[in-house]
Design a protein around this ligand. Structure first.
Ligand code: IPE
Ligand code: IPE
Ligand code: MG
Length: 232
């Protein structure tokens, strides 16, 4: 049996379909999805998970209709505003990772404030990936490494050195990646960091993914045999 995963990551998918099944606008699914974020954060803290990361908005999601993009950004603002106390009470450090240059100044300022407020929290780190893509991350890492080290320095880099240039520097790779809604793909998420991650795919749509579903995924993970290429 594996111990509780140190880092659980979730591709939160299926909000639109959840709303459509109820004859509602897609954004209604996003609103309900915020409740699942709250439930899973609590469940993760209770289980002793140290890092919970959530794929909230991909670089590709900028190509959605403007109204939906705007509503998603508003929801992010509202959630940041509403959750300060809960995060502090539960000892949760809040971190946003992604291409933040594409976010509005207002949202970036609110994110910075919440990151500063929760910087001293040590029970769990909640990472929200916003405007993130795995290929973008690898490319920005390569550019920064090249700028800092030059062509010769790059030759001496090993994998651990490269890790330090990814936006996830200092965060362990995910042990478990959950994707909801039945899709079985990575959608340009943590490409480098998921090299040895265990995947759990579930048909449950994100707004229906609450504490029992989160715990069930931890149980599935516990039964996995992680071999890392070795023979057991
Ligand atoms: C996930 O739900 C939320 C985001 C990607 C922002 P979707 O909005 O992708 O919902 P479906 O996949 O269309 O049902
Ligand atoms: C992946 O979901 C991105 C997030 C959950 C933020 P999408 O719904 O955008 O993925 P695709 O387009 O179905 O692959
Ligand atoms: Mg989707």
């Amino acid at each position: 049996m594996n111990a509780v995963p140190e880092h659980v990551s979730i591709i939160m998918d299926g909000n639109g379909r959840w709303a459509k099944a109820r004859g509602r606008e897609r954004v209604y699914g996003h609103v309900e999805g915020v409740e699942s974020v709250r439930a899973c954060t609590e469940a993760a803290v209770e289980a002793g998970v140290k890092y919970l990361s959530l794929y909230a908005f991909s670089e590709e999601n900028w190509n959605r209709p403007e109204a939906e993009v705007n509503r998603l950004m508003e929801l992010m603002m509202e959630a940041i505003h509403n959750e300060v106390k809960t995060l502090l009470d539960n000892g949760v450090r809040f971190v946003v990772l992604g291409n933040r240059a594409r976010l509005s100044d207002k949202l970036n300022a609110a994110i910075d404030r919440l990151m500063e407020k929760t910087a001293g929290c040590t029970r769990m780190t909640l990472i929200v990936f916003l405007s993130y893509s795995g290929k973008w991350d690898i490319l920005q890492a390569m550019k920064r490494a090249a700028a800092e080290k030059g062509a010769e320095g790059i030759q001496d880099m090993d994998i651990a050195d490269f890790d330090q240039y990814l936006v996830t520097a200092g965060i362990p790779d995910p042990d478990l990646l959950i994707r909801t809604s039945g899709e079985q793909r990575i959608s340009n998420y943590l490409l480098w960091q998921c090299a040895y991650t265990e995947f759990v795919f579930t048909n449950t749509l994100w707004p229906d993914f609450r504490k029992p579903e989160f715990r069930a995924a931890l149980e599935t993970y516990a039964s996995r045999d992680r071999r890392y290429g070795k023979v057991k």
